[in-house]
Write a protein that binds this ligand. Structure first.
Ligand code: PEP
Ligand code: MG
Length: 755
């Protein structure tokens, strides 16, 4: 308690200083007097970042002649080291430290011990507060903490007085932190450069000294209440159902949220006279310090969770709740998040979004599909992301090489620019094949269509030279809306797409909502799924809510007036579901006809094959359909029983494994025999080697991500498919063949362009 009362006394006196009507410099002079007196130190000094240098700004105990004269660069001397590392130093014998730099003008020769802490604003050091003593003594933890508390208050004072500006501080920090290369997993290929923006912005604590301690205590109390409620309700939600990864995290969150120790420490900090925000941050700084000193990965992760929770508490208490999307992007941005939902990503302004970096993330999660559709490179599974990257850092995302370059040097930026030029040249090459058909060397015509879901995507048809839209994910419109899109809006979107496609075919898939594409306005109370990917999703939900499906059917039929309309149903598990969905649309067609509305010239109906059970009943299904399309994302997830959104499974199973290739071969064979066209519309088809395998199985139509159209066309035009087909038949009949290896070797031997 002595510690609390000492800290309280310092804060009380600082409060008076802050409230006084004196200038900033006079205030800093008073602060050093207070610190020296309260910590019983002969010297107390404040260094501030001025023009990139740390300048002695106020001192009690050092020579006054050195004020504004003694200057150290970032990383230079003990003061520079503290600022560069943003870590305190506590030394009984300052001169023994390897970074010690002698500054005779200060008259510090007589002092042995030294303790200093960084003055931080927006994660950048803007100065250093240090104390010195003649006797070689260690400052104890309580004293270091008191210095850190004073440093927080100083940060507010310095910023308020305009003594250091934020941009300068960020620059200096970037210069001192140095460049870094963090490895990650390529989720969407591409290169992007911009400044780091956190999806959940860090709260900036503007007021540190409390006017009314009891009021602050109440604020923290109710913030804790709200946080606990939030976590309890998250635990009840379907996507965090028992047993999942999320659940473990939430369990830990819950443990911390109800942890007496944590709230007690925050309350103690409030007792000393800090505001609720400052108290939470003070305690958080301690957690971070512990995090840095711990090697055990398990414990580190738990502390990261606590850090995350502190941020949540800070956001609640300060009312700064919005994501970066709500605040708006201002320049070229690399978005940083632990994970994102597709709807969250869609909230960002595409013009400024140059890349996304996730701590988690998985190849076929819908957010990745959305990013791919937006043309935004994504790097996932960057484990050190939150420890190493700060808001405002310059970043280069090089997804193709699985790397995030943090605070790159000029040479790295130059090589990035060179790479960008190279990519642009490659794009020109693809542009050259844009208007040429995808015909293989041995004369086989492949239809290369693209997947779409946003209104803008239709424009990509001309840009990429795709043969049509093989999968239009109508649920994207539902994901970006706050409420259920009305029929008129649905119809307008479908018409825009059809107009843009002109004579090229468009396949509209009816809404695939549920799974990781949940929309809040469609969640039925108390009906949350434990396994949403296998739950009340897609056609199941649509057939269960016939009203929704009727509205969509009408919108599609109206938009398709006078043309051929292709409608496809997602997640068909049994043929009767397809029949029922089709009948539902047909009924709407009859109603519209009775009412004298213009109707499509033809309506073609297709089923998505993405549930393994359906493959066993193709003989029943195929005669009912006009076409089928294989959704390899879901099909592989269900075949391997491997959640497509689980980062730990992201690269575990291969699309070129015999299980998948044999299943696909069977679908292709049976469809051919039934005279029903079978296409592929999962992400698999957008990767050159995988697409080559599909063609070797006899697939003639692919629908892929727009960015893949050029490379896949170029690939087709360089391949001899008959040779590959014969080879594939042989590989699949012989057990134990590594198809990836064999196919790569054959492709290379043929000179196939694999991008
Ligand atoms: C699929 O599952 O492969 C597919 C194309 O549909 P989605 O990715 O939208 O689930
Ligand atoms: Mg699917």
């Amino acid at each position: 308690m002595a510690a609390v009362s000492a800290a309280r006394e310092i804060l009380r006196r600082l409060h008076e200083v802050m409230a006084a009507r004196t200038g900033a410099e006079a205030k800093l002079n008073q602060v050093v007097q207070i610190v020296a007196a309260e910590l019983n130190s002969e010297v107390a000094s404040i260094y501030l970042l001025r023009d990139g240098m740390l300048e002695l700004y106020a001192t009690k105990g050092l020579a006054q002649a050195a004020v504004h004269v003694t200057r150290l660069s970032m990383g230079q001397g003990l003061v520079g080291t503290i600022a560069a590392t943003r870590e305190p130093l506590n030394l009984a014998e300052a001169k023994a430290h390897p970074d010690f730099a002698h500054r005779p003008e200060t008259g510090e020769d007589d002092y042995h011990s030294f303790a200093g802490v960084p003055i931080v604003r927006r994660e950048s050091a803007i100065g250093v507060l240090g104390v010195q003593h003649r006797d070689p003594r260690d400052y104890d933890d309580v004293e270091i903490e008191a210095l850190q508390t004073v440093a927080m208050v100083l940060s507010e004072l310095i910023h308020g007085a305009g003594l250091v500006d934020d941009a300068q501080a960020a620059q200096a920090r970037a210069a001192s932190s140095g460049p870094l290369r963090l490895p990650g997993l390529k989720l969407v290929d591409g290169l992007g450069r911009g400044t780091a923006v956190f999806h959940q912005p860090r709260v900036i604590v503007e007021h540190t000294v409390a006017d009314d301690v009891e009021a602050e205590r109440l604020r923290v109390y109710s913030a804790f209440q709200r946080m606990r409620e939030q976590i309890d309700s998250m635990m009840g939600q379907a996507e965090f159902s028992v047993g999942g990864d999320h659940h473990d995290v939430l369990d830990t969150y819950k443990m911390f949220a109800y942890d007496e120790g944590w709230s007690r420490r925050i309350n103690e900090a409030i007792d000393t006279g800090l505001t609720a925000e400052a108290a939470i941050e003070r305690v958080q700084a301690r957690t971070r310090a512990r995090m840095r000193s711990i090697d055990d990965p398990y414990l580190r992760e738990r502390l990261t969770d606590l850090d995350d929770l502190s941020n949540r508490l800070l956001r609640i208490v300060s009312g700064q709740l919005g994501t970066a999307a709500k605040l708006g992007l201002r320049g070229d941005t690399i978005l940083i998040a632990r994970n994102l939902g597709p709807a969250e990503l869609l909230e960002y302004d595409k013009r400024f979004l140059k890349g996304v970096v996730l701590e988690e993330g998985s190849l076929t999660a819908h957010v990745i599909i959305v990013a791919r559709a937006m043309g935004v490179p994504v790097l996932g599974r960057v484990t050190e992301l939150f420890n190493q990257v700060s808001d405002g850092d310059e970043l280069i995302v090089d997804a193709g090489n699985g790397a995030l370059l943090v605070r790159p040097q000029a040479a790295m930026i130059a090589s990035y620019e060179a790479m960008r030029v190279l990519k642009a040249r490659q794009a020109e090459k693809y542009a050259a094949v844009k208007d040429l058909p995808a015909i293989s060397r041995d004369g086989q015509r492949i239809a290369v269509m693209m997947n779409a879901g946003l209104a803008d995507d239709a424009q990509a048809l001309d840009m990429t030279g795709a043969d049509g839209i093989g999968l239009f994910r109508t649920e994207f419109q539902f994901l970006v809306s706050a409420t259920l899109p009305r029929r008129e809006r649905q119809q307008a979107l479908y018409r825009t797409v059809l107009d843009a496609a002109d004579k090229r075919p468009v396949v509209f898939r009816t809404v695939d909502i549920g799974g990781d594409k949940a929309v809040p306005y469609l969640i039925e109370g108390g009906q949350e799924d434990e396994n949403p990917a296998m739950g009340w999703r897609a056609l199941r939900l649509a057939l269960g809510r016939a009203g929704l499906m009727k509205v969509q059917a009408r919108a599609l039929l109206e938009a398709g007036a006078g043309r051929t309309l292709n409608i496809m149903f997602p997640m068909v598990s049994e043929p009767w579901e397809f029949a029922e969905a089709r009948a539902l649309v047909e009924t709407q067609r009859a109603v519209l006809a009775r009412q004298g509305h213009a109707l499509p010239a033809h309506v073609r109906y297709g089923a998505m094959i993405e549930v393994p059970a359906l493959i066993e009943t193709l003989d029943v299904l195929l005669p009912m359909t006009d076409f089928v399309s294989v959704g390899t994302n879901d099909l592989t997830q269900f075949l391997f029983a491997a959640d497509r959104a689980n980062p730990r499974l992201a690269d575990r199973y291969d699309w070129l494994s015999p299980a998948i290739l044999r299943v696909l071969r069977r679908i292709v064979r049976e469809s051919k025999a039934a005279g029903v066209p079978a296409t592929i519309c999962g992400e698999m088809g957008g990767r050159p080697l995988e697409a080559l395998a599909l063609m070797a199985l006899g697939v003639e139509t692919l629908s892929i991500t727009p960015a893949g159209v050029g490379p896949i066309k170029a690939m087709v035009r360089s391949a001899d498919l008959s040779v590959l087909k014969a080879a594939m038949a042989d590989w699949l009949d012989r057990p134990g063949v590594d198809v990836r290896r064999e196919l790569s070797a054959l492709a290379v031997a043929q000179g196939v362009e694999l991008g």
